[in-house]
Design a protein around this ligand. Sequence first.
Ligand code: NAD
Length: 459
Amino acid sequence: MTDTYLNLVNSGVTKKLAQQLGLPQPAPLRRYRAGTPLVDGPVLVLGRGKDADALAAVLAGPAGGAPGSTVLDGWDLDVHRHASPDTRYAAVVVVLTDVEHPDQLAGPVLATAGVLRGLARGGRVVTVSREATPDDAPALAAARQGVDGLLRSLAKELRGGATGNGVVLREGVPVTAPSTLGAVRFFLSARSAFVDGQLLTVDSDAGALPASWDRPLEGRVAVVTGAARGIGASIAATLARDGATVVAVDVPAAGEQLAAVANRVHGTALQLDVTAQDAGARILAHALQRHGRLDVVVHNAGITRDKLLANMTPDKWDSVLAVNIASQLRINEALLTSGDFADEPRIVSLASTSGIAGNRGQTNYAASKGGVIGMVRATAPLLVPFGGTANAVAPGFIETEMTARIPALTRQVARRLNSLQQGGQPVDVAEAVAFLASPAAGGIVGRTLRVCGQNMVGQ
Ligand code: NAD
């Protein structure tokens, strides 16, 4: 699915015209390609405490770790610790874990302000802060919660495909925990192209840094439902690119497309309606028989049957709830009680911004997607004893066959209503799923990460 407007405002005469008319100017986003640098230029790490020093040491450290030392494997970036207004930074990492009073925000925030105009196209601002809790002293809670509003507003001001996102650490989680580093790296990288204005919480220091950041899913077996097309096909391709062996699942009617996807990713196809009572058992049997294990399940299959609630029919309500949430609950139950899904397993479910902010005509869909958010929150604790996680990804407007069915004018408006002024691509959702499925995300449990370009609706 292409966005003709995005192409027009980035070429020749039409670009000038759009500028003169003050029309939205969406920028082409930086997307991940193997072999390209994590960030393309110097990275400014702001903050004075030991957390900032520790994080800067990882970012600047040599790949492979310092010989003979216990220093973590470094990322070999060109790290600066003092803001220089003449430098064109590719990214700014603002470490705010030690702020105890709102007064202390001014230093690092105004230092960030000084370099924003020179931020590279596709640049990144990443805050690292601590979660505010009701047990905090009021000033501490104010400082910590203040980061939330600050980050979301800053993200709305960035231009040129740049994004702003935050990593929020629960009390006691070190700044060098696998999931802190994993989340910082994800937000810095081109993998998070369409994630903007989001704060992702790291719950614990569980998880592990991958042997290779390019192939974090090596040796893992992943099932993707609804994989014949759209976002599901992209998830299958992205997990395979990251090293996983993929089982692609979809309804028999999509059998031909499904086989093509499975062949492309060198995986296997399983024709299955996820609403079948024995879907969980069949998924497990296929994975074990064909690949010897099952590590990751991505619940992506989903449908819409939009109607205003006043016109809702039992058929439209039931079918959406059955595919989008009841099937996930039933499959998870089967997997969790099997004893064969217990080696740091990962569940990643597709939610939607409709399930957070609501959407006219989508009561059934939003109930199912809000349900997904609640389900992963309640499922995650059941997986923690096995080093496992359950999380969700909530896409906003993504260019797929599902959204191509939206009437043209509504579609045009819907794509512009986010800070990046464009729809996301299926791969943008797939990258977030792949991150949450990876070993480094083991300390992120029961969370929902939005991939919506900071959609104006919802949080
Ligand atoms: P899509 O309609 O293009 O693809 C969905 C796939 O799921 C299809 O291949 C379909 O055959 C399969 N499927 C449907 N019912 C199934 C069943 N009972 N059993 C097995 N497979 C089944 O949709 P998409 O746009 O790629 O969306 C994928 C997921 O992302 C869905 O859960 C959707 O709700 C969610 N999502 C999409 C968007 C968007 O903008 N496209 C936004 C938010 C959330």
